[in-house]
Design a protein around this ligand. Structure first.
Ligand SMILES: *Cc1c(COP(=O)(O)O)cnc(C)c1O
Length: 389
């Protein structure tokens, strides 16, 4: 049976070049980069090289990159670190209703500890209104955190404009760029952001390694406490192999960026076009214009996304309903809810995300399988409603 993976926004396979770069750092160059003897030299140099590779992908300086254990840790650190460092200045944080849970749950934690959080609304495409951001600022606001690209619907936020508002009011600006990295041009200097979260496993690197960009001159409190690693900013023996893998993945992402965008966006557009041509009552969620190149978020009216997901899985196709984090529960997606999508429609929504290994044949197989499952499920639901089940 054909296997088709259409969940690249959940994670990506590690590319061969990335794995090859990592392997020597498990057993050949195993030294602790903090040690002073000669065998620590190679790992130490490898960290420096990877830091430059990640910095180069986003137009940052090497000293502005600190490695973390994942994107989630980078998000936690940015908000907790800013909240602690600026607690004498204020206790108000502004974010949005559509953030990843790494940010939302961190903010909810801070609310239990005396901080106040404003969760901005979004419009029907998932876009944040810059005027609403400016209106939410108070003299107690210490941090604004708005994601670059939404992981469920793929909407790209106007980060440059939003960061300029923060700067005008002298407030720190953080963005979760985990879904943006490797999928669009990013230049932190041009964007004007103070902090930015990244993760390797969404760009064909390994799981368990991320980074936080912290603009030179910005001071936040540490989140991990211990040794003097990462220029005393993030304690814990470095995940050398993971960092090397992240560096290689970042280098490949930079070199092949245009090719990657072209490949994924053309297959994504083909997928949407075929689905709309062959299946009735389908809606595309999110912005058409400001969108992640690989994201298709589709609502199939009158059916359950969970049932579709299981049927597709039986046919070797991996997709997601809403986001991977909420797929274990039946609570409707917080992102689609914030966009005003009615609950019945949210339940009929699938997220299909294409990537570098996706082919046109994969898409054709997925569309024909989708067509079968939608017809079947709609038949069942119309029979059951006629019989009054
Ligand atoms: C995947 C993801 C994260 C979490 O990154 P991990 O490295 O898996 O912890 C955070 N934010 C967004 C937008 C993501 O897509």
């Amino acid at each position: 049976m054909r296997q088709v993976y259409l969940d690249y926004s959940a994670t990506t396979p590690v590319k061969k070049e990335v794995l090859d770069a990592m392997l020597p750092y498990f057993s050949e160059f195993y030294g602790n980069p903090s040690s002073l003897y000669a065998i620590a030299g190679e790992p130490k140099e490898a960290l420096a090289k990877a830091r430059k590779q990640v910095a180069d992908l986003i137009g940052a300086g090497e000293k502005e990159i600190t490695f973390t254990s994942c994107g989630t840790e980078a998000d936690n650190w940015a908000v907790m670190g800013a909240a602690d460092a600026l607690k004498n200045k204020g206790n108000h944080i502004i974010t949005t209703k559509i953030e990843h849970h790494a940010m939302l749950h961190s903010c909810e934690f801070l609310e239990k500890h005396g901080y106040e959080v404003t969760y901005l609304d979004v419009d029907s495409e998932g876009l944040v209104d810059p005027a609403a951001l400016e209106a939410a600022i108070t003299d107690k606001t210490i941090l604004i955190s708005i994601m670059f690209v939404n992981n469920e619907v793929g909407t790209v936020e106007p980060i440059k404009e939003l960061a300029a508002i923060a700067k005008k009011h002298n407030i720190l600006f953080h963005t979760d760029a985990v879904q943006a990295l490797g999928n669009m041009e990013i230049d932190v200097k041009e964007l004007g952001v103070d902090m930015m979260s990244m993760s390797a496993h969404k760009i064909y690197g390994p799981k368990g390694i991320g980074a936080l960009y912290i603009r030179k001159g910005v001071r936040i409190s540490n989140y991990m406490h211990g040794g003097a690693q990462e220029n005393k900013k993030r304690a814990g023996t470095e995940n050398t192999a993971g960092i090397v893998g992240f560096g290689k993945a970042a280098e490949l992402a930079r070199i092949h960026l245009q090719e990657h965008i072209q490949h994924t966006s053309s297959l994504r557009d083909y997928l949407i076009q075929q689905v709309q041509e062959q299946i009735d009552h389908v809606y595309v969620n999110g912005s058409r214009e400001h969108r992640h190149p690989g994201n298709a978020n589709l609502t199939f009216e009158f059916i359950e996304g969970e049932a579709m997901l299981l049927y597709l899985d039986m046919n070797g196709i991996a997709v997601s309903t809403g986001s991977a984090c909420s797929s274990a529960s039946l609570t409707p997606s917080h992102v689609l809810s914030a966009m005003g999508v009615p609950v019945e429609r949210i339940h009929g929504t699938l997220r299909l995300t294409v990537g570098d290994m996706t082919t046109k044949e994969d898409i054709d197989y997925v569309v024909s399988t989708l067509k079968n499952v939608v017809n079947k499920l709609r038949e069942i639901s119309s029979v059951s409603s006629k019989k009054g089940w």
